[in-house]
Each structure stands twice: as structure tokens, then as C-alpha cells.
Design a protein around this ligand. Structure first.
Ligand code: NAP
Ligand code: COA
Length: 267
């Protein structure tokens, strides 16, 4: 999106980002702030979220950081209330807090499985449910950050696959319930994104990274800006007729394995 359009779309909007202390979600927050939005960020760590908000205020834009665990409904609601008191009706909610580790089902305890479902799925319910009373209605745009594991089973990712599949269905159910109030509910499904904790955990070596890239149709990782641009679109009036959608921003990852000589005899 060119910068003039971006400014027009996001200037003055209030944006709440759950899981905003690092990675893709902080990338979205910084991108939106540069386009004139006012940012309220939460994550578990008081220090990390304060540092994240400071990256935005240091650039001369508006942001507050609050410690709140998405597993704690009252804490999430309290942070949303503070954001609303400070900046007014909330125009955009990004629900992106998540946890991941690589482990086979037999190598994870019931609590290990539950921990990821609690952060990703229950956390997303908490963020979206608690936000409703503070939203600009009509007009608000809610965007969850899901993942390809929601629709493609993956070894050693049973917890993430189950949790993200739940997020996709929650997105569609809330889109149906809240559409009549003028609230749009969508999700972005990023492919592998460079320089993130997620990919550091899933592809911890250059060899693993190269193997993944060789199988993606577009043959590369995406960037945090790719995801932020998609979020800006979903937040904008250009997307006014889009709700209940899972937007893949994944270089074609969801299409399946495009490895080898993808053109076959026509290359
Ligand atoms: P990240 O930097 O680790 O971001 C995760 C964020 O969630 C952090 O800000 C973390 O902050 C916060 N968080 C974790 N548990 C929390 C909790 N219980 N309550 C509140 N905040 C919590 O990871 P990332 O790789 O950028 O991933 C961001 C999102 O994109 C996730 O939803 C992930 O599933 C999705 N995604 C990532 C990729 C990728 O390539 N990286 C691909 C597909 C989807 P604290 O530690 O300060 O709490
Ligand atoms: N393999 C198997 N089980 C694991 C594990 C691993 N690599 N890492 C954690 N667990 C289990 C723990 O053993 C524990 O289960 P137990 O009580 O039965 O022993 C359970 O998961 C919870 O661990 P804990 O460290 O108490 O959870 P937490 O709430 O402090 O942290 C995590 C949540 C585990 C998801 C942690 O990795 C995290 O904070 N992640 C956030 C960052 C991230 O994952 N970013 C990428 C996003 S895509």
C-alpha cells in the first residue's frame, strides 16, 4: 500500500495488539503507528512490552504497553479498558499472542498441550470477546493471527494445529455473530516469516531454512512488513465487505509442496 493511502486509512485509529512485544505483532504495531495510529500493546512481560512501546514512542508516535496474560480474561479486559480510556473507541484489534515448541504428542504432557491451546485459542477468545464492549461499532476490524498448521497437519505440532484450527473456526463464528453490528472478524495466516521467534523454533538451522524455502511456491520467507501490509488492508475500508476470511500471506505455502522442478518437462 502506498504511504498516502496508508495514512488515510490508519491515521487517528486506535489499535490494540495482543502479543505485541516482539516479532510479527510488533511489526504490525510499528507499521500502523508510522501510519498515524495510536497503539496499545499487551504481553506477559512488563519489561518486554514497555520496551516494545518505547520503540514506537521513540519514533515520535503514540503507544502504551501493558503487562497482561491473554489467559487471564480480567487482565485482558482491564488492559482494553485502559486503552479505551486513553485513546477512545477501539478500531482495530490484532490477536496474535502465541506459544510454540516442537514436540511429538508423546513428548508433551497434558499441561504442555493445554498451555498452547490456552494461549493461542482461549487467549484469542478472551481478547476478541473482551474487546467487543470497547469497539467502534459499526466499523471495527478484528484480525487474529493464525497459521498454516490450522489446515495442514504437521509433525510435532499437534498442540499448535489444534489451537490454530480453533482460531480459524472462531473467526468465522464471530464474523457471523458480530457482522450485524458492523464488526468485521478476519484472520491472517502467515507463511514462514524471516527474523521471528516462530521460525527460530521451527527451522533453527540454515539447512532447515533452505529446505523449507525450496518447497514454497515463491521460494522465500516473507517479511514482517508483508504481514503488516495485509493487516493494514483488512483494517481499511477497502476491505469493508470482507469478514470471516482467513487471508493467507504465505508465498503459496498452503498450496502444498512445490519443491523440486515445479515446471517439470516445461521448465
Ligand atoms: P513472537 O515474537 O514470539 O510473538 C509472540 C508474542 O506473544 C510475544 O509478544 C509474546 O510476548 C506474546 N505472548 C506469548 N504468550 C503470551 C500470553 N500468554 N499472553 C500475552 N502475550 C503472550 O512470535 P512470532 O513468530 O512473531 O509469532 C507471532 C504470531 O504469528 C503468532 O500468533 C504465531 O503463531 C504467528 N505465526 C508466525 C509465523 C512465523 O513465521 N513466525 C508463521 C505463522 C504464524 P511475551 O513473551 O512478552 O509475553
Ligand atoms: N517440549 C515439551 N513440553 C514442553 C516444552 C517442550 N519443548 N516446552 C514447554 N513444555 C511444557 C512444560 O514442560 C510444561 O508442562 P508440565 O507442567 O507438564 O511440565 C508446559 O509446557 C508449560 O510450560 P511453561 O514453561 O510453564 O509455560 P509458559 O506459559 O511459561 O510458556 C511456552 C509457554 C511453553 C509456549 C513457551 O515456549 C513460551 O513462552 N512461548 C512464547 C514464545 C513463542 O513460543 N513464540 C513463537 C510463537 S509461534
Amino acid at each position: 500500500m502506498n504511504s498516502a493511502l496508508k495514512d488515510q486509512v490508519l491515521a487517528g485509529k486506535t489499535v490494540f495488539v495482543a502479543g505485541g512485544s516482539s516479532g510479527i505483532n510488533l511489526g504490525i504495531a510499528q507499521h500502523f503507528a508510522r501510519a498515524g495510529a495510536k497503539l496499545a500493546l499487551i504481553s506477559r512481560s512488563e519489561d518486554k512490552i514497555a520496551a516494545a512501546a518505547k520503540t514506537i514512542t521513540d519514533e515520535g508516535f503514540e503507544a502504551i504497553g501493558m503487562a497482561a496474560d491473554v489467559r487471564d480474561y480480567a487482565a485482558v479486559e482491564g488492559a482494553l479498558r485502559q486503552a479505551h480510556d486513553r485513546f477512545g473507541d477501539i478500531d482495530v484489534v490484532i490477536s496474535g499472542a502465541a506459544g510454540n515448541f516442537v514436540a511429538p504428542a508423546l513428548g508433551m504432557s497434558a499441561n504442555g498441550f493445554k498451555t498452547v491451546v490456552d494461549i493461542d485459542l482461549i487467549g484469542t477468545f478472551n481478547v476478541l470477546r473482551a474487546s467487543y464492549q470497547f469497539l467502534r461499532r459499526p466499523g471495527a476490524s478484528l484480525i487474529s493471527i493464525t497459521a498454516g498448521q490450522a489446515v495442514r497437519p504437521a509433525l510435532f505440532q499437534a498442540h499448535v494445529c489444534a489451537a490454530k484450527a480453533g482460531i480459524n473456526m472462531l473467526t468465522k463464528c464471530l464474523a457471523m455473530e458480530w457482522g450485524p453490528s458492523g464488526v468485521r472478524v478476519n484472520a491472517i495466516s502467515p507463511g514462514p516469516i524471516a527474523e521471528t521467534e516462530g521460525m527460530a523454533r521451527l527451522a533453527p538451522s540454515p539447512e532447515a531454512e533452505a529446505r523449507i524455502k525450496a518447497r514454497i511456491a515463491l521460494r522465500d520467507y516473507g517479511t514482517k512488513t508483508d504481514i503488516a501490509e495485509a493487516a493494514a488492508y483488512l483494517a481499511s475500508d477497502s476491505a469493508r465487505y470482507i469478514t470471516g476470511t482467513i487471508l493467507n500471506v504465505d508465498g503459496g505455502s498452503e498450496l502444498g509442496d512445490a519443491g523440486g522442478d515445479a515446471l517439470g518437462p516445461f521448465s
